[in-house]
Structure formats: C-alpha cells, structure tokens
Ligand binder design. Structure first.
Ligand code: HEM
Length: 406
C-alpha cells in the first residue's frame, strides 16, 4: 500500500491548495512528532494538545512579537511599534495591567446584556434575505455582525464603520502573514496609523457621555486619567477592534459550512436547540478560526524532551491540538455530545481570549438564527474558497440558497 510522504513543513500544510486536507496533514505531522524543528519556518512546531496548551501558559515563553523593533523593516516598523503595546504581544507585568484595564467590559455578565442587540442585528440581516431565498453568509452576516457589535461597544457611529473595517483588513492580513512585501507592510502600517488617529478623536469626544460600566466608559475614564498612557490605551482599543471581528467572522463562516456539510448534525440542533452552546464549542474545535499562536523562549530550556534555545520561536498549532486523538477520540467527527476535552481555539493560559464570552454569545445567536430561518438551505454555487492566511482559517464567501419566506 502506498504510504503518504510526511509533509516536510507546516508551511506546506498551510498552503492554500492544501487547505482541504489541512487536518490530515496536521495528523501526519503530529503522528511523526508532536514537537519538531521546521527549517523552512526557522521555528519549532507543536501539534499535540499537551504541548500546545502547556507552552501557551508557560512563563518560560514570551508573547512579545517584535523583541527588537530596529530589526523590523522600515515599512513594518510603525505597525510593529503599535502591536508591541498591545496585551496580546506583552508579557507580565505589563500584560496583566493592560488586561485588567479592559477585562471588566468582557465578563460573561457584562456580555450577556448585549444579547438583545446582537439578536436585533441578526434578525435585520435575515429579514432582508428571507424573501430573496439567497444569502452570502460571510459577506452579509459574518462580516458585518461582529464589526457592528465591537463598534457598538466602542461607541463608533454607523457612518464610520466601513472605514474601520477597511483599516482593519490590511492589519489582520499582515498579522496573518509572516512573509510580507514592502507594499503590504506599508499599507498595514498606514492603516493602523489612520485607525489610531480616528480612535484618538473618537475617545476624546465629549458630546454623548457613555453609559457607565461599558467598554466606552472604561476607555473614556482611561483617556481622562493623567496617569494613563493614552497611546497604550489606543493601541489596545485597536486590538479589540481587530481581534473582535476578524476571528468571529471566520468562526461564523467555518461553523455554517460545517453544518451544511453535516446535515444530520444541523437537524439534531433543530430538534434539540439546548445543544447549541455545546455545538458552538465543538464547531470552534472542529474548524478553528485561529490556527497558530506564537511564543518565544526567554532562555535555553527543555520542552517535551527537546532543547529549545533562547530566542527560538515555537509555533503552537491550535488547529492540530484541537484534532489530537489523545484528547478528542475520533477527532474528525463532529459530535455535539462529545464528553470532556477542552479545546484551545481561544488559546490557553494568561492570554486566553478576552472576548471568548462575546464570541460564544454571537455564535449561539447566529447558529439559532441560521438553523431556523433558512429552510432547506444548501450551498449555492461552487465550493467556497478559503482565505489566504497562515494563522487565520476562514472563508472568502459562503453563498447559500433556501426556500424564500415572508
Ligand atoms: C471565535 C472568535 C475568536 C477566536 C477564535 C479568538 C481566538 C483567540 C486566541 C487563540 C487568543 C490567544 C492568542 C495567544 O495566546 O497568543 C485570543 C486572544 C485575544 N482575543 Fe480573541 N478570539 C475570538 C474573538 C474575540 C473577540 C470577539 C474579542 C474582543 C472583543 C477578542 C479579543 C481578544 C483579545 C483582546 C486577546 C488578547 C488577550 C490577552 O493577551 O490577554 N477575541 N483570541
């Protein structure tokens, strides 16, 4: 029987043309070695759940993305300076301080108050599509909804939202691509500077006082505090904007496609809607929007029996960890009643996704709506194409047709 050659590199697995067999390629990598040195990526690659989760929460590793800003290309440097002030790319003690500043707005309780607004936004989109019998789930729902939610939280007026989306896209593309050319780098840096200039004006507006305890109120208090570094606050507001919508967009697209590919699983949810929160978790595990996290060794150390040198990068492949059979038996099966096993789609440890409760809530509201309001839905047109990105996994578009309703 012919044996399939082990993929030489994670880079090969992540190529656009291999996206359809991504999880098989991960299984080959993990089966050969849960932690291996990749000479093409100049990094260690971790593919087991055990090593990915242990490393993500291990204080021997740093999340600082640009340890030497001067070594970054001139075009990318302005963006790198801003990213370096964001909690996602900071270590203790800065990380804990930045996270504490904003976390009150993202507790499960604070987020639950947004349910009505999320529901209204979803209903508006589906009311519009219902009589036509057609919907592009990515363009019409998965893109605008998370952007609207995070813009609501930040107090961004309707008319400015498309500009924010246009600034966010090149930055997200730059974060998702390790091999940027000068033009892409310059575009991402400029977009970030424009976004910050916009946020600076927005947060200094005194026209309408924000409701207490909201994110907008936290930010307004921060900008008024003479002891607070405003640039740092702005950099983290930009992080919320970008992290708060690109990932959720990909989640909605991936989840909808998985349900279209598994009609029995979709029927199960229609019959037993109480399974929807568990389905959100399983769909996050099954096709994770964030495929990679990055850590760097602070000093020479031992990881899973390997010697990792100070400064070396470890790529933590969440997508592979989430299909690890050691934690998830029959990992390629979509099973909403799967017992135990904690996925790492939101990361693990101190950087665990700050927006997880919000993303989960958006997921629940969207799934309920898609399952009940698009009768007889099916793919409309060719197989949807995947986004070109190394660390995000999502769809360019997902067109469906269904029985029109009034
Ligand atoms: C399904 C949607 C989402 C997924 C899959 C996701 C995934 C992740 C992952 C994997 C991390 C950890 C990265 C690391 O450790 O290197 C993370 C961190 C983060 N996420 Fe999310 N995210 C989602 C939605 C959101 C939303 C809606 C927001 C905000 C409104 C958000 C804000 C953040 C922030 C601020 C961090 C950094 C936390 C820290 O460094 O302490 N995310 N996310």
């Amino acid at each position: 029987m012919p044996t399939q050659a082990r993929p030489a590199s994670l880079l090969f697995a992540l190529r656009p043309k291999n996206q359809d067999r991504l999880y098989d390629l991960y299984a080959d990598l993990r089966g050969a070695d849960e932690l291996h040195w990749d000479r093409y990526l100049d990094a260690w690659v971790a593919t087991s759940h055990d090593v990915v989760s242990a490393t993500a929460g291990d204080p021997r590793f740093s999340s600082v993305r640009y340890p030497d800003i001067d070594a970054v290309s001139e075009e990318l440097r302005p963006l790198a300076r801003v990213l370096s002030r964001q909690m996602l790319y900071s270590d203790a003690p800065d990380h804990a301080r930045l996270r504490a500043l904003l976390s009150r707005a993202f507790t499960a309780r604070a987020v639950a108050t947004l349910r009505g607004r999320i529901q209204e936004a979803v209903d508006r989109i589906l009311d519009h599509a219902a009589p036509t019998g057609r919907l592009d789930i990515v363009a019409d729902l998965a893109r605008p909804l998370p952007l609207a939610v995070i813009c609501d939280l930040l107090g961004v007026p309707e008319e400015d939202r498309s500009a924010l989306s246009a600034w966010s896209d090149p930055v997200a593309a730059a974060i998702g691509n390790s091999r940027l050319d000068a033009d892409d780098s310059r575009a991402a840096s400029e977009a970030m500077e424009e976004m910050l200039a916009y946020l600076r004006t927005l947060l200094s507006r005194k026209d309408a006082p924000p409701a207490p305890h909201t994110l907008r109120a936290l930010l307004a208090t921060g900008t008024d505090d003479p002891g607070q570094d405003v640039d740092e606050l702005l950099a983290n507001s930009a992080l919320l904007l970008i992290a708060g919508h690109e990932t959720t967009t990909h989640f909605i697209g991936n989840a909808a496609l998985a349900l279209l590919d598994h009609p029995q699983a979709a029927d199960q949810l229609r019959e037993r809607p109480e399974l929807i929160p568990a389905a959100v978790e399983e769909l996050l595990r099954y096709d994770s929007p964030v495929q990679l996290m990055l850590r760097r060794a602070r000093h020479d150390l031992d990881l899973a029996g390997r010697s990792v040198a100070a400064g070396q990068t470890v790529l933590l492949v969440c997508g592979a960890a989430n299909r690890d059979p050691a934690v998830f038996p029959d990992p390629d099966v979509l099973d909403f009643e799967r017992p135990g096993g904690r996925h790492v789609a939101f990361g693990y440890g101190p950087h665990f996704c700050l927006g997880a409760a919000l993303a989960r809530l958006e997921g629940v509201v969207v799934l309920e709506a898609l399952l009940t309001r698009l009768p007889g839905w099916s793919l409309d047109g060719p197989e949807p194409s995947r986004l070109r990105s190394l660390n995000f996994r999502g769809l360019e578009s997902l067109k469906v047709s269904f029985t029109p309703t009034r």
